[in-house]
Design a protein around this ligand. Structure first.
Ligand SMILES: NC(=O)c1ccc[n+]([C@@H]2O[C@H](COP(=O)([O-])OP(=O)(O)OC[C@H]3O[C@@H](n4cnc5c(N)ncnc54)[C@H](OP(=O)(O)O)[C@@H]3O)[C@@H](O)[C@H]2O)c1
Length: 297
């Protein structure tokens, strides 16, 4: 049987690079859509891995349509604001349809924003706006919801304060939250790209933990005694977000300080919790836990 060809937009990015490797491991041909200004080093790395490169003008659907020919699924791992998530992804979507590609995976990879009220997360609202366009088409789409990347707990997310031995939380210390590593998200996304019967939504979580669970895990892994630190209620966090948005200069950056606070609010509210999980849909994924990631820090 011929190998499936998966068309990937965003292959030069962090998650896109991991999806590329997972697709190759799972036996697919990968064609990466890159732009003229993409760094030649990133393109060389993809070529070394055996990826075929299609340089396209993302503003021109004809050029993208040609690059999508004979693909069995278009996967987007693009990152950006409205110009990318709504406008560029619309060009890629239209091109996939015009080229006769039967399936599309949008760049969602997040908490379940379909359950959140509009206006509570700027970046996720853009994905919701793109879904309104996507769901009007006849292409078979699959969104991957993975919660937050687990790596954020030892990186940018201000939840585990290693220096102060505190777990900072808002609202309820027992609210469970979903975490999946970047590699596990990529491996699952690759399997979904090769699965012609994948449904509209797939939900995964390598681990589900509360702030109280994090106290126990961080204490056990580090040997230090961590404690809970309640920063306030969700109402206070909401007020802080509104004040910051009002006083900070308007910005076109992806992650201004209030954007991280919106994700934090969404997760501690429990509204965007993932259920039921589809972790067992594909075999062979050894899900990495929060404990694994903290231990590897
Ligand atoms: N759940 C979570 O915790 C979490 C955390 C982080 C990210 N994510 C999601 O994961 C997805 C990928 O994010 P990432 O961190 O891997 O992004 P990234 O490393 O910044 O990569 C972005 C990719 O998009 C491409 N790109 C950006 N602007 C473009 C444009 N105007 N036209 C064409 N291509 C463009 C880049 O291409 P060039 O190489 O040409 O610049 C690159 O391939 C996003 O949906 C993001 O929201 C989720």
């Amino acid at each position: 049987m011929d190998k499936a060809t998966i068309i990937l937009a965003g292959a030069t990015g962090d998650l896109g690079g991991r999806i590329t490797k997972a697709l190759l491991r799972q036996g697919a041909n990968v064609r990466a859509l890159v732009r003229q200004k993409t760094s030649p080093d990133k393109i060389k790395r993809l070529q070394r891995d055996g990826v075929s490169i299609a340089e396209v003008d993302f503003g021109n659907a004809t050029s993208v349509t040609k690059a999508c020919s004979r693909g069995s699924c278009v996967v987007s791992a693009l990152s950006g604001l409205r110009d990318v998530i709504v406008e560029t992804q619309t060009v890629v979507l239209k091109s996939a349809i015009d080229a006769g590609v039967p399936r599309f995976i949008p760049s969602d990879y997040s908490i379940d924003f379909t359950k959140l009220p509009a206006g509570t997360n700027r970046n996720l609202d853009l994905r919701r706006e793109f879904h309104q366009r996507l769901d009007k088409t006849s292409i078979a789409a699959t969104t991957i919801f993975n919660g937050a990347f687990t790596e954020l707990l030892t990186g940018q997310a201000p939840i585990i304060l290693f220096r102060w031995k505190r777990i900072l939380y808002w609202g309820d210390a027992d609210q469970l939250m979903d975490f999946t590593t970047k590699d596990d998200t990529a491996t699952f996304t690759a399997a979904a790209a090769l699965d012609s019967s994948a449904p509209r939504f797939l939900r995964i979580a390598g681990d589900q933990v509360s702030a109280r669970d994090l106290v126990a895990i961080a204490s056990e892994v580090t040997g230090d005694k961590f404690r809970l630190f309640r920063a306030g209620g969700l109402g206070s966090l909401d007020k802080m977000i509104k004040v910051m948005r009002a006083v900070l200069p308007k910005t076109q950056t992806l992650y201004p300080p209030w954007q991280g606070m919106q994700y934090t609010h969404n997760m501690f509210s429990g509204l965007a919790k993932l259920e039921p999980l589809d972790n067992s849909r594909y075999t062979g994924i050894q899900w990495r836990t929060v404990r694994d990631v903290i231990a590897a820090r």
